[in-house]
Write a protein that binds this ligand. Sequence first.
Ligand SMILES: [Zn+2]
Length: 100
Amino acid sequence: MNRKHFFSAFSGEIYTLNEEYTHHLDCGQLEITNLPKKNCKHCYGRGYTSKATDTGHYNLCKCTLKDASGSFLRNAAERQIEDVRLHTKKEDFNNSEYVL
Ligand SMILES: [Zn+2]
């Protein structure tokens, strides 16, 4: 069975799923090609480098995409953009609440 690794942009967790369970993930679940290395000098094995203060989600370390192909990265970038759009909508909503 084909197992895939994922990173949750919301919690910073890295986990593995069988491919058959990967079709219902939300846009904050980013597929990665490599598990983070304990000796990575950017993430120290956590898989993320920092937390974005504006959107509250974690920034993936590039060591988790070491073996990614060009098409894999394009696909991942599209999912990231969807994620940012969702967060923007949520912020717009919050801002309108402050106005009221
Ligand atoms: Zn790393």
